[in-house]
Design a protein around this ligand. Sequence first.
Ligand code: PMP
Length: 389
Amino acid sequence: MKLSNRITNITGGGSDGWDVFYRARQMKDAGQPVLELTIGEHDIRTHPDILHAMHKAAMGGHTGYAMVPGTDALRDTVAQRIADRTGVPTTRDNIMITSGGQAALFASHHAVCDEGDRALYIDPYYATYPGTIRGVGAIPVPIQTRPEDNFQPQPDVIAAVAKGAKSLLINSPNNPTGVIYNRDTLDGIATVCRENDLWLISDEVYDTQIWDGTHISPRALPDMADRTLVIGSLSKSHAMTGSRIGWVCGPAEVVEGLINLSTHTTYGVPGYIQDAATFALNQGPQVETEVGAPFQHRRALTISALAGQNVVRAVPIQGAMYAMLDIRATGLSGEAFSNALLDAEMIATMPGESFGQAAAGHIRVAMTIDDDAYTDALSRLVAFAKTCT
Ligand code: PMP
């Protein structure tokens, strides 16, 4: 029996640069002491207070079907948070609760793209982006950024392919580059969206992890609230990756459509998880600062570890939990370097190429292991890079 083209084509085929990741996992499973700097997951777990809130909600009976768009309490909490942070009037009618940011990305593209529409996204990109776009039947169109621009998107490059496209997906603070889009970039992107009647899908799941610069949500830019869908999640902000809880914030009529989609797919998100999320968001910014603090600290460790040499150079780490390292001075591709580093030092990193062509000659390091091991890994990485030149 034949599967649908849509599901068969989600991954797009071809090598995706993830081989080194799977090889590292195999080595680890075979008992080898591999240091994994690969996946964007905290080395701390969800705070026990949040788990107690989840337990209390479940024991209190919130285990039946929950409201499909999300509980009123969580939608109100998210709406208030967004209104406070951006100044854009936001109510629960603008909020759809989803099973994490990933489901929010899928639902958003589903809401705005028809079969065969061109959906733009910025390269380098979070690994699931093209597959998410293919998954709704649209055509993914990558827009390259350049290391010499520190991977800031250039609005004129977007404008050159925007005609006739349906949507543009952006991500700031960015995974994999750690870059935060500045005001000029975002103003330029907003102009391109208005002039070409594009929906803007703004993935802001790292918006609590800002180390240098300011996070601006493009929904707050002039005339953008009616065409912007913001993706949010508690995965990164509250170390709740496994709870699968996030949201889409957008115009009320989009949320109406998303409710229909959810009714026919997930039928909502578990009530006790939503209660825990409401509790977590109401803990205030201190908790979010604490969750992000190890990355801010390791950002400083990264800068010191790379000082005094220029074989391995870091793209400015402005936000999120990653360091994008330029290893072009070794003459190797990101993929060749990552593979060689794994073999020589048992340190697993992600080749830049696994995030698109724009990050060729780079590797992404997730700053997600304890400080001592992280510092040791970086000094071995630099020493290894020097042997390649
Ligand atoms: N967007 C970006 C940029 C991410 O890095 C991730 C997770 N790594 C997600 C969305 C999805 O996160 P989640 O589904 O856990 O909220």
